[in-house]
Design a protein around this ligand. Structure first.
Ligand code: ADE
Length: 235
């Protein structure tokens, strides 16, 4: 998968993609990530990327031109119908569809070229949405000061789902949410830590019983903190 990030704060991404699973996946060429400074695609003496909103109101709005120029450079066109196959252009915005594991999985499975536009200020000129964007995605019902942290969250959630990105193929299948439940509790050495002991069942070697216990714990945890997940409509 190729991921292209458009931002006015490229420095924001300087090191985040250089750790752990993302770093490994980049090195193994499972994913390629490029970060572009939108200012480099702005024209005019001051290379401004934003301006005041028509109709008045607070704040500034991202101008369409730098974003159109960047998408044209990256995808060779600004016509959605002519994008290369398996391309998505995503605007990170609180107005988007909320990111869930199922959406991350869909993108990991279906997308080859992913362009992420990090919004800022009060918003992005709507013509970007009308013409370029295939998906608007929010990472949750709260407002960030920009799409950058959201892009990082999306990239992380996606990359770990790409084939061979994780050491063991089963790790992602066992993640929270992939079976509709939160994860079960984990324990490691020592068996007794300051008088806090590990549940006996985990030391029993009885794998069928351990599976049952884990499923029960996952269910209890989900019931306690995320009742909504047990409601199928929300799955
Ligand atoms: N930009 C600002 N808030 C956001 C959110 N919750 N998700 C994605 N992008 C955002």
């Amino acid at each position: 998968m190729k991921i292209e990030v458009l931002t006015i704060f490229p420095e924001f991404f300087r090191e985040v993609f250089d750790f752990g699973i993302i770093r490994r996946a980049r090195r193994a060429e499972i994913v390629g990530i490029n970060v572009y400074d939108l200012r480099d695609f702005a024209t005019g003496k001051h290379r401004t990327t934003d301006d005041r909103p028509f109709g008045g109101g607070d704040g500034m709005v991202f101008k369409p031109e730098p974003i159109f120029n960047a998408v044209e450079k990256i995808l060779g066109t600004t016509e959605r119908e002519k994008y290369p196959p398996r391309t998505r252009v995503v605007l990170l915005t609180p107005q988007g569809k909320v990111l869930k594991q199922a959406l991350a999985k869909e993108l990991a499975d279906e997308v080859e070229n992913l362009v992420l536009i990090c919004g800022r200020y009060e918003g992005v000129d709507e013509r970007v949405n009308e013409v370029l964007v295939t998906d608007e995605i929010s990472i949750g019902d709260y407002v960030l000061s920009g799409g950058e942290p959201a892009a990082i969250v999306l990239v992380d959630a996606l990359v770990r789902l790409l084939p061979n990105a994780l050491g063991s193929e089963t790790s992602a299948a066992n993640d929270s949410f992939s079976n509709g439940l939160l994860d079960f509790p984990h324990y490691t050495q020592p068996r007794d830590f300051r008088g806090l002991t590990v549940p006996e069942i985990l030391l029993s070697g009885n794998h069928a019983e351990i599976e049952k216990w884990r499923r029960q714990k996952a269910l209890e945890k989900t019931q306690k903190v995320r009742q909504d997940l047990l409601n199928k409509e929300n799955g």
